[in-house]
Design a protein around this ligand. Structure first.
Ligand code: PHE
Length: 337
């Protein structure tokens, strides 16, 4: 009698389950069979009225019924849930694809690459030297008098006696001249360090590109021609420029090259200190003393050299107002380039 009842409930459940079309109906089914007041619990209630000797067998059957009902219930539940997810997952082929963020070279690297590329076209090779230098390479071989103010602790980070963080890329000139025979056409990019107060216009570390040409018949006119060609390639052919006489211990004569201010176009403004001009590099004919220090015969060879700041160059070209932003790794700045 009780066993028949169990079979009936099982069949009824099969029937009900077959008719379930949505999760909502399934919930009704759960309440009907599996809730605390549901049919299955009701049968367990009645187990106490069953004669003692029949209890184990009927108890077994009841447990089996409960497992059967809940297993099948769960199967259908999972199936309906998956169909529900699938329904929301329709693909719209007309939507644009998700964009992948690509990294890019730092703007200073890009600037050095561009400078290298322009000089490569004029036959220059690239060399690099150490950032930790000796006083000899950074100063002495470059004809700095022993009491030159640039040797003062104020400009130079000394690491030990006679060892320092290079203050410019010019020591690489010395290394190239000592290691290679003329003719030499080289550019030498790298980091340099100066103990300066950090501000919008100066930083304790920055980058330079050095240039050096040594051959038998080098003239100041070639120096000018090369630098003007470079500047027009880099800043645009409309560029106006001028050379001003200057002084460096390692070049004679020495000059600085200016270009018209990119902000005011030459009229005069705060950026160009009302001169209309901005300095972009230092240059000159290699001093014969430097050639001698590097084992090159100044009677036979002559040369020119130049050096420019990369940050400054990039600031001019891309109108960047504060040098510190190059080193802050602010993604909003970096991803513009
Ligand atoms: N080394 C100089 C500086 O740092 C630049 C320079 C290089 C000038 C080569 C002349 C020739 O200011």
């Amino acid at each position: 009698m009780f066993l028949d009842k169990i079979t009936t409930v099982s069949d009824e459940f099969d029937n009900d389950l077959a008719g379930v079309k949505a999760l909502k109906n399934l919930e009704e089914l759960r309440i009907k069979y599996l809730s605390r007041n549901g049919i299955v619990s009701g049968l367990f209630e009645k187990l106490k009225d069953v004669p003692k000797e029949e209890k184990p067998a009927i108890g077994n059957k009841l447990n089996a019924l409960r497992s059967y009902v809940s297993d099948n219930f769960n199967k259908v539940k999972i199936k309906l849930e998956e169909e529900g997810i699938g329904a929301n997952k329709k693909i719209d082929l007309t939507l644009p694809g998700s964009q992948r963020q690509l990294g890019s070279k730092h703007i200073l690297t890009q600037t050095v690459d561009e400078i290298k590329y322009i000089f490569k076209g004029m036959g220059f090779s690239t060399f690099e030297g150490p950032e930790l230098e000796s006083d000899y390479y950074n100063f002495e071989a470059l004809n700095f008098a022993p009491d030159h103010p640039a040797r003062d602790m104020q400009d130079t980070y000394f690491v030990a006696k006679d060892y320092l963080l290079r203050t410019h890329t010019s020591p690489v000139q010395v290394r190239v001249m000592k290691n290679y025979k003329p003719p030499i056409r080289a550019i030498m990019p790298g980091r340099v360090y100066r103990s300066e107060a950090v501000s919008a216009r100066s930083y304790c570390m920055f980058h330079q590109v050095e240039g050096l040409v040594i051959d038998t018949d080098i003239t100041f006119a070639e120096l000018k021609g090369t630098l003007v060609f470079f500047a027009k390639q880099f800043y645009g052919s409309q560029l106006k420029y001028r050379f001003r006489a200057s002084f460096f211990p390692f070049t004679e004569p020495s000059a600085e090259m200016d270009i018209t201010c990119y902000i005011c176009g030459g009229k005069g403004c705060k950026i160009c200190k009302h001169t209309g001009w901005l300095e972009i590099l230092g240059c000159g004919m290699v001093d014969p003393n430097v050639l001698i220090n590097c084992g090159i015969d100044p009677e036979k060879y002559r040369g020119y050299a130049f050096g420019m700041g990369i940050e400054r160059t990039a600031m001019l070209k891309y109108n960047v107002q504060d040098i510190r932003i190059f080193f802050e790794n602010d993604f909003r700045f970096l991803k513009q380039f």
